[in-house]
Design a binder for this molecule. Structure first.
Ligand code: F6P
Length: 360
């Protein structure tokens, strides 16, 4: 019987368990494959005793559960693996060892569920002969060649619910509420949350903002009788001519730089302008909890499609959504960059048509 390994890499996101479940179910129902779960991303291909058999029994009940039953980490890149020798830490390329481990585990193929960083590692392993298939995951929705990633819609719903709650308290106190949302270097979460949650200003990385214009929008609203305003700030947005707000720099072979702090900066600027402001940083609330129905369905489609690719030996590809169809695309194409928000069409134009300001 053939054996496929499955791992989840990078930050967690709602819908990961639903993909794992679909892989395991279709491996047993549609194909005659065994599934091995690899724990903590690529770490499970380096350290011993980090694998377990996944059966239809062992994945029972996980469809609606957030996070990942396999665990994950963004600190185990086999091409820049951090090790400590005599108290000194250094990074090494241990990809050959990982490829050897995949063989000795008896895996015929590997399903890698992850965001851009994890998919890049998958592609590098593929180029070195590993029979790998990718599944795109991220709340940020920044992966090329797929209309949407699972986890994104759940994150937008969570953030929109938060905006609904902030409206009532903002209105009662005549305050400006600034809400910082995730998204790294793209503004998809901020844009859709801002429209869905009725924001007055949305700041996204793709449109550098002018603080004067943001304050003018808030003043105009006050002058026309709206005593509260809601400003949605993407963590990766930046002012014209300014820099992105970074909490912690990236580590070699480890986690990426941590963004954050822009919400407080924008809030401070607005209060200097004479308005009472409160800032909410939604943070990891957006990543936790149960996936919405859309994400459960998309995750299930992706899991089944990943097994189809493996059964047809279509290695080096990633499953994706295009329109209503589940298709696949080469990992080489996907790892070329990030999917940004278009600034002169689509939802940005819809938002501007109803008076939402992007500070431009
Ligand atoms: O990529 C998903 C994401 O949630 C980003 O939106 C955010 O910047 C980052 O991960 C946070 O990462 P961590 O969980 O390492 O703090």
């Amino acid at each position: 019987m053939k054996k496929v390994g499955v791992l989840t890499g990078g930050g967690d996101c709602p819908g990961l368990n639903a993909v794992i479940r679909a892989v395991v179910k279709s491996a047993s129902e549609k194909y005659d494959y065994k599934v091995t779960g690899i724990e903590d991303g690529f770490e499970g291909l380096v350290l011993p005793d980090k694998t377990r058999d996944l059966t239809p029994q062992s994945i029972r009940g996980i469809l609606s559960v957030g996070g990942t039953m396999l665990g994950t980490t963004n600190r185990a890149n086999p091409f820049e693996y951090k090790i400590t020798i005599d108290g000194r830490s250094e990074t090494r390329d241990i990809s050959r060892e990982v490829l050897g481990n995949i063989q000795s585990m008896g895996l015929d193929a590997l399903i890698v569920i992850g965001g851009d960083g994890t998919l890049k590692i998958a592609y590098e392993l593929f180029k070195r002969g590993c029979p790998v298939v990718g599944v795109p995951k991220t709340i940020d929705n920044d992966i090329l060649a797929t209309d949407v990633t699972f986890g994104f819609r759940t994150a937008v719903q969570t953030a929109t619910d938060a905006l609904d709650r902030l409206h009532t308290t903002a209105e009662s106190h005549h305050r400006v509420m600034v809400v910082e949302v995730m998204g790294r270097y793209v503004g998809w979460i901020a844009l859709e949350t801002g429209i869905g949650g009725g924001a007055d200003v949305i700041l996204i990385p793709e449109i550098p903002f002018d603080m004067e214009r943001v304050c003018k929008k808030i003043d105009d609203r006050k002058n026309s009788g709206s005593r509260s305003s809601i400003v949605v700030v993407a963590e990766g947005a930046k002012p014209v001519g300014g820099d992105i707000s970074i909490l912690c720099p990236a580590e070699t072979g480890g986690s990426a730089e941590r963004l954050g702090g822009l919400g407080n900066k924008v809030g401070a600027n607005i209060s200097c302008h004479g308005r009472e402001v409160r800032v909410t940083v939604l943070g990891h609330v957006q990543r936790g909890g149960s996936p919405c129905a859309f994400d459960r369905i998309l995750s299930t489609q992706f899991g089944v499609a990943a097994m189809d690719l493996i059964a047809n030996k279509r290695f080096g590809e990633m499953v994706c959504l295009r329109g209503k169809r589940i298709e696949s695309v080469s990992l080489s194409e996907v790892t070329q960059g990030q999917k940004k928000v278009p600034t002169e069409e689509g939802l940005v134009k819809v938002a501007e048509s109803i008076g939402i300001s992007f500070g431009r």
